[in-house]
Design a protein around this ligand. Structure first.
Ligand code: PEP
Ligand code: MG
Length: 323
């Protein structure tokens, strides 16, 4: 296998027919930012800020959070960075919160549901992010948004916090990972500056198959046609309205699915740092218009086997010299 990566992919990636595809990185820890840089990421598409809380007994105060965000932002120069507010709950319990015992934590008190109830925590995080973001190309993203009224409350609260600081509000976007929200994505588009799809959670909610339970793993399938059609519709809806949309779930950085997502018309990928050069390499081999044409025919055929066969064929055709 030929070595991919190194300096070659520090440049922007284009498909052979000249479409620019952004390849951003997902980061969870402070030093991941260097890995993103070293691997040639075009920016950061997801900062999982809840990792700030790992093993902590107390909530970090505004100054501590400010120092953390300032550090990761300062490494970006003018590159874009999308900071996600804390996605606590689900499988990521926070010690200081005294989380209630829940029968279904993934469907329970989680992410913005916690922040909207514990506004003092929400305010502290937003103040730290907005202060740290000044002068940079930063955006704020919100996980687990379910309804439009919830979104309006989140947005208004963020504007109030920015106003209190006397600072401008950055672009605000939603991480679409709850089926209700993505199925109604049209109704959110007037109210958001950008969108991202959290396929890790979205697939588990659509298939009612826990993302961490190996017993039901066989049902958790990113190649499921019903799921791909939902993603396709969301990409089209955003593209029509000129709203940038990315995918930051694990599937975006899995070469098997990178090809599919290009075929659905996705132009923004956010992946673990190590996969950035590989995704850029794949992009450089795929004709954007042709792959969309091919996949749209295939998606009109409902059988999952057709998709699986196609993925296998494409991977052999396109990826054999990469791996
Ligand atoms: C997702 O759900 O796809 C996602 C990006 O967020 P997380 O994996 O942190 O839940
Ligand atoms: Mg998620």
């Amino acid at each position: 296998a030929r070595e991919v990566g190194a300096k070659r992919w520090h440049a922007p990636a284009y498909t052979p027919d000249g479409v620019h595809i952004s390849v951003l990185a997902n980061i969870s820890f402070k030093d991941d930012v260097h890995m993103a840089q070293d691997n040639g990421a075009d920016g950061i598409g997801l900062v999982r800020t809840e990792y700030l809380l790992s093993e902590r007994e107390t909530f970090p105060d505004e100054e501590e959070q400010f120092a953390y965000y300032s550090h990761i932002i300062s490494e970006q120069n003018s590159r874009e960075i999308v900071i996600r507010v804390m996605d606590i709950g689900g499988d990521k319990a926070a010690k200081f919160l005294k989380m209630p015992k829940e029968g279904n934590p993934f469907m329970g008190w989680r992410a913005v549901r916690i922040l909207l109830e514990r506004k003092e925590l929400f305010r502290t995080q937003l103040r730290a992010i907005i202060r740290a973001g000044q002068g940079s190309n930063y955006k704020i993203m919100y996980p687990m948004v379910t309804s439009l009224s919830e979104w309006r409350e989140i947005k208004q609260f963020t504007h109030v916090v920015a106003d209190e600081l006397g600072l401008p509000c950055p672009p605000l976007g939603i991480l679409f990972e709850v089926p209700l929200a993505i199925l109604e994505i049209d109704s959110f588009l007037e109210d958001i500056d950008f969108a991202s799809i959290g396929t890790n959670d979205l697939i588990q909610y659509l298939s009612a198959a826990d993302r961490n339970n190996s017993k039901v793993n066989y049902l958790y399938n990113p190649a499921e046609p019903a799921f791909l059609r939902i993603v396709d519709k969301a990409i089209d809806a955003c593209t029509d309205k000129g709203i940038p949309i990315s995918i930051c779930g694990e599937m975006a950085g899995d070469p098997m699915y990178t090809i599919i997502l290009l075929g659905l018309g996705l132009t923004r990928f956010s992946v673990i740092p190590a996969m950035v050069p590989i995704v850029k390499e794949i992009v450089s081999k795929i004709n954007f218009l042709e792959i969309q044409e091919e996949l749209s025919h295939l998606l009109s055929v409902t059988e999952i086997d057709n998709i699986a066969d196609w993925i296998e064929k494409k991977n052999e055709e396109l990826l054999s010299d990469i791996f």
